[in-house]
Design a protein around this ligand. Structure first.
Ligand SMILES: [Zn+2]
Ligand SMILES: [Zn+2]
Length: 287
């Protein structure tokens, strides 16, 4: 039997936090550098809110993200210890339940997490919790990739709480949990990066409308009391908590995106008579 010694707990926590920090800051940092620094002008037309937040604003998000990954590390160190003690349902090898179950378990995790997120998120919007806890996340009115983990420490506990919920209730292979965590990270950063990539008509399409968009969560940060969902738009639709103008605003974002491309091409073409070379550069810069 392994003892849950305090020394081991501290080193496990630090190790987990370090791994999570590397993963999060490398991914969110790369997206940030690409869209907010390097290709800022090129992809400006895809930006949902047509302005960039200041340095102080971004540094605040990074500071809170550090607290979040540290808390995630504590919980995951506990989970690793509980698994060694065989208290969780994590199984090995994959053959134990077969590949069919393996794939099903990943999909199941995503749907359980989607429901967990929606309902805990609704709870965090309860006035006293909102004021003292969830407000930290909502100070990001114009989300960036670093908003994804910018949580009050209590909210960080709620967010990572999905892992114990999953591993104590349903059997998962350890690698299925890694796939799920990777998916969560990517979707979370995409939902906060401030850019919309999905095509025209996506938010009102009869099938795709059930999937969430970056615009949907961006609107949650702007308007607050609406759009609580994570991966899907199922709960918000069923419970009528989407912003009444969600689909309309989505189309406005897409129209703004198209008109910026058109403006750029028109401007470049007009200039082409005077200086063909310059026009080509403009299109290239704004493509
Ligand atoms: Zn919220
Ligand atoms: Zn958010």
């Amino acid at each position: 039997m392994h003892t849950f010694s305090s020394y081991k707990t501290i080193t496990d926590t630090l190790e987990e936090s370090l791994l999570l920090s590397i993963r999060f800051f490398l991914f969110a940092g790369a997206i940030f550098l690409f869209f907010y620094v390097w290709k800022k002008r090129k992809y400006w037309h895809l930006k949902i809110q047509q302005r960039f937040p200041g340095k102080e604003y971004i540094l605040r998000e990074i500071r809170y993200s550090f607290y979040t990954v540290f808390i995630f590390g504590i919980v995951l160190a506990f989970v690793a210890w509980a698994t060694k003690e065989r208290w969780t349902l994590i199984y090995y090898p994959i053959d134990k339940y077969g590949w069919g179950y393996y794939v099903f378990s990943v999909i199941l995790m995503i749907f359980i997490h989607d429901a967990y997120f929606y309902w805990t998120h609704r709870m965090l919007h309860w006035k006293p919790l909102f004021k003292h806890v969830h407000l930290v996340h909502h100070l990001s009115l114009n989300p960036t990739p670093f908003s994804s983990y910018a949580f009050h420490p209590v909210e960080a506990v709620v967010e990572i709480g999905i892992i114990p919920v999953l591993i104590f209730t349903v059997p998962y292979h350890v690698s299925a949990i890694w796939i799920f965590s990777g998916y969560t990270l990517v979707m979370n950063v995409m939902g906060h990066m401030g850019y919309e990539f999905f095509p025209k008509g996506f938010a009102s399409h009869k099938i795709f409308k059930w999937h969430n968009t970056a615009t949907n969560h961006n609107m949650h940060h702007r308007f607050v009391k609406c759009n609580y969902g994570l991966y899907f738009n199922i709960w918000d639709r069923l419970l009528n908590t989407n912003h009444p103008r969600y689909e309309e605003i989505y189309e406005e974002v897409i129209a703004q995106r198209s008109s910026k491309i058109l403006e750029t091409i028109e401007a470049a073409t007009a200039k082409a008579g005077d200086d063909e070379m310059e026009a080509e550069t403009a299109i290239e810069l704004n493509r």
